[in-house]
Write a protein that binds this ligand. Structure first.
Ligand SMILES: Nc1ncnc2c1ncn2[C@@H]1O[C@H](COP(=O)(O)OP(=O)(O)O)[C@@H](O)[C@H]1O
Ligand SMILES: [Mg+2]
Length: 351
């Protein structure tokens, strides 16, 4: 293991690394009334609006787990990560990370965690990334030997050898994000909070960062909480997903379990020997797609999927048939319909 973890926490008895109990956060803001009269009225009576961003989240994360934290825009993901990393103080409830209360911001706690925000920049804009890295090396008291091995390894995994000495402002978004990751992980944190690390990146950078995270996790057994806009990130990296919506946890379990829990249908994929008219197939279920007259995907009720498949085999000129689960992406997308997601109508934003 190249990244030897920082000093282990003396106060943690079990292998639970993150634990929250009924964690809540409300934001109070003053609502301004529109227009000049509204502004004047506001001088006497101010209307305070309370937004419950996180509403009683209880979760337990074991050492070395990589968890996908999903939910539509405004669900409370970032607020939760901020509470867990000690940036925001919870309104009520408890949170413990590595045995510490995050908001105490104990130096030993801060030395063992990292928070990476895809939309926030930590590196100095006017300096080459290497200068910032050297500064972080000093801040975190990383030894020369550790600095060299960690930097060499991450540089290779992310293929950024050629850009470390270029002014950060001149880098592309993807290159910048890669440097941000190196900066966040240089001190080999045991717990890493990644908030949308691939947001807005080109597909090539996304794939590279995904592979990097997978390798990093496998080598270092860090505990990672990852939120992402792109289902693919979570699907490929996380065995377990936690879903929140309107600040409340609505699912905690394996990806596969998510599908069986929330979908009462299965998909039957059919290939025909000769063209079949669509109405003939519709008699057996909902036709989800039909790329041509020889291929169809039909949704059937979960409990009678085998029976329906048998009927189709008997009645249609079937060359090939397979019964499978509906894709998790689709199940989650259906969970967060645009109204649920708070009005976002962009189908390119699954969660
Ligand atoms: N500082 C703040 N003041 C007021 N409301 C906030 C603040 N931060 C977040 N919120 C609100 O809390 C809710 C959850 O936000 P956030 O945690 O950023 O969601 P997510 O990361 O899941 O998109 C949103 O409705 C957001 O507008
Ligand atoms: Mg967010």
């Amino acid at each position: 293991m190249i990244f030897s973890p920082a000093a282990s926490s003396p106060r943690l008895a079990t292998d639970t690394v993150i634990e929250t109990n009924d964690l809540r956060k409300s934001f109070a803001s003053v609502q301004k009334e529109p227009g000049i009269w509204g502004g004047i009225r506001g001088l006497w009576s101010r209307k305070t609006v309370v937004k419950e961003a996180v509403r009683g989240v209880s979760v337990r994360v074991g050492a070395g787990e990589m968890i996908g934290f999903l939910g539509p825009n405004g669900a409370g993901k970032t607020t939760t990560l901020k509470m867990l990393s000690g940036i925001l103080f919870p309104t009520s409830g408890a949170a413990s990370v590595l045995g510490y209360k995050p908001f105490d911001r104990h130096p030993d706690f801060l030395r063992q965690i990292a928070l990476v925000m895809g939309q926030k920049q930590q590196l100095w804009w006017d300096l080459p990334a290497r200068e910032s890295l050297l500064l972080l090396k000093e801040i975190y008291s990383v030894s020369d030997a550790d600095y060299k091995t960690r930097l060499d390894e991450m540089t290779e995994l992310l293929d950024i050898g050629a850009i470390l000495d270029v002014q950060v402002r001149k880098l592309s978004l993807g290159e910048r994000m890669k440097c941000e990751l190196v900066a966040a992980l240089l001190h080999a944190p045991r717990v890493v909070f990644l908030d949308e690390p691939t947001i807005g990146l080109d597909v090539v950078s996304q794939v590279r960062i995904r592979e990097f995270l997978r390798t990093y996790q496998a080598r270092n057994h860090a505990t990672i909480l990852l939120t992402s806009h792109y289902m693919q990130d979570v699907k490929e990296l996380c065995e377990r997903v936690v879903i929140i919506n309107h600040g409340e946890k609505m699912f905690d379990g394996a990806f596969a379990e998510l599908v069986s829990r929330y979908s009462d249908e299965k998909e039957v994929r059919l290939t025909f020997e000769r063209a079949v008219p669509r109405p003939d197939i519709e008699a057996f279920g909902t036709v989800a797609s039909m790329s041509d007259a020889l291929h169809a995907v039909v949704r059937v009720p979960r409990e009678s999927s085998a029976k329906r498949a048998g009927e189709m085999l008997a009645a249609l000129p079937v060359a090939d048939i397979a019964i499978g689960e509906i894709e998790a992406d689709e199940v989650i997308r259906a969970l967060f319909t645009p109204e649920e997601a708070g009005g976002t109508n962009d189908p390119a934003q699954p969660v």
